[in-house]
Design a protein around this ligand. Structure first.
Ligand SMILES: *Cc1c(COP(=O)(O)O)cnc(C)c1O
Length: 419
């Protein structure tokens, strides 16, 4: 699977030979023959556009590029990641259907399953996604979907997609994977997922100037989603604007370089933190509990991703550290991820705050956890120096550690002199 090559090879010229495709600036489209309009309504006329809630040329260019990246037959872009997730779940599930979901997922997805879908009698069992027995045990005759994130938010647990796919196939349910944290790094459909979702808001767009989403799957499912009769993406209307999709497509041209840099920087920082005795979770560290799993699944040239977490012990220390890091210029105290600048927040009170405290504790999400989305810093050594100064300032590292090292250095020097 060569996702970066596939993106690069997917190219459309503008109608006057422009190196970028033209941006479509229309909500509706004319037909030369009345019959073609009827055919398009029935979803069968290739190359004809009907109405921009269904699709537009700009949205189709971006969708095709994302399908190429994931290696799926087709894709459909949406106005946000949640627009993609909610459309997929409502397309796959009806009244009294059941979902088996990872318990560590994006807070919005969790809230949708826990609080919104029960209005339609669609219920969800939340399980530890790394326990195949727990997943198998949660499946009932009404289960339609196994849902997970390839690298989970915020605990960075790794879903063993090929094994989950095997379970899904055996029970005739769909495996839906949110791959937002690991574009290019994990090719979820190639590993067996039926449907791969991204929030384009994060790494894929990378400039934090818009929200967006995509659903990558086979043509049959994407056509169903867009059906004028009963397609969730068509009828719920989570449409992306053409100007935005044109802009996201241009940003995708540098995605492979950005992912490599995010990964490189996150690996360096987590190694340094670990060496300094800070409790750090990063899929690229040997100490990560699912390091073997991700090592067998990922596309190595893009690394282990830009996300890491540290444990500051308690919320007060976490908050102090984040404020200190913001002041020092390490990055911004903000939700979201995939930006050129490092972003950090305490998920317990921010991006996962939809999840009640007791349930957060049960899944191992403690309130001292800080999630980092490492930026594209050129001089990452300087960044670590700053982080280190902040760790000392909030007493997560003692200057004693430094003086110990100096002390050892002195002994060594004295020995040199004595010898
Ligand atoms: C941000 C995010 C979403 C939601 O995407 P939006 O574009 O904000 O709607 C879903 N899943 C994950 C893993 C995310 O990080």
């Amino acid at each position: 699977m060569m996702p970066a090559n596939n993106i690069q090879d997917e190219h459309t010229f503008g109608e006057f030979g422009g190196v970028n495709p033209s941006i479509s600036d229309s909500a509706t489209y004319t037909f030369l023959a009345a019959k073609t309009m009827g055919d398009t309504f029935e979803g069968s006329s290739e190359g004809c556009y009907l109405y921009s809630r269904h699709t537009s040329p700009s949205n189709l260019h971006l969708s095709n590029t994302l399908a190429a990246m994931e290696g799926t037959e087709s894709a459909h872009v949406t106005g946000s990641g949640m627009g993609a997730i909610t459309s997929v779940l409502l397309q796959l599930c009806g009244a009294s259907d059941h979902i088996v979901s990872s318990r560590t997922i994006y807070g919005g997805t969790w809230a949708f399953m826990k609080n919104f879908l029960p209005k339609f009698s669609i219920n969800t069992s939340f399980v530890d996604i790394t326990s195949l027995e727990a997943i198998e045990a949660a499946i009932t005759k009404n289960t339609k979907v196994i849902y997970c994130e390839s690298v989970s938010n915020p605990l960075l647990e790794i879903a063993d997609i090929p094994r989950l796919a095997e379970i899904a196939k055996r029970h005739n349910v769909k495996l839906v994977v949110d791959n937002t944290f690991t574009p290019l790094i994990i090719s979820a459909n190639k590993l067996g997922a039926d449907i791969t979702i991204h929030s384009l808001t994060k790494f894929i767009n990378g400039t934090n100037d818009t929200v967006g989403g995509v659903i990558c799957a086979d043509t049959e499912f994407i056509d169903n989603l867009k059906s004028v009769m009963d397609g969730a993406a068509m009828l719920l209307g989570p449409v992306m604007d053409s100007y935005r999709s044109a802009s996201i497509l241009k940003n995708m041209r540098t995605l492979h370089i950005r992912m490599q840099k995010h990964s490189q920087n996150a690996k360096y920082i987590s190694e340094q933190l670990e060496q300094d005795g800070i409790r750090v979770v990063y899929p690229g560290l040997k100490s990560h509990k699912n390091h073997k799993t991700i090592s067998s699944l990922y596309n190595p040239e893009f690394g282990f991703g830009g996300m890491l977490t540290i444990d500051a012990g308690d919320l007060e220390t976490a908050n102090k550290l984040m404020e200190a890091m913001q002041k020092k210029g390490v990055g911004f105290l903000a939700v979201s991820l995939g930006f050129y600048k490092t972003l950090f927040n305490a998920p317990g009170t921010a991006t996962s705050s939809e999840i009640p405290i007791e349930e957060q504790q049960e899944m191992g999400l403690n309130d001292g956890l800080i999630r980092f989305s490492m930026g594209l810093d050129h001089d990452i050594k300087r960044t670590y120096e700053w982080i280190r100064e902040c760790l000392i300032e909030v007493e997560m590292l003692t200057p004693l550690y430094d003086s110990m090292n100096l002390y050892k250095l002195e002994i060594a020097q004295n020995e040199l002199i004595l010898n």
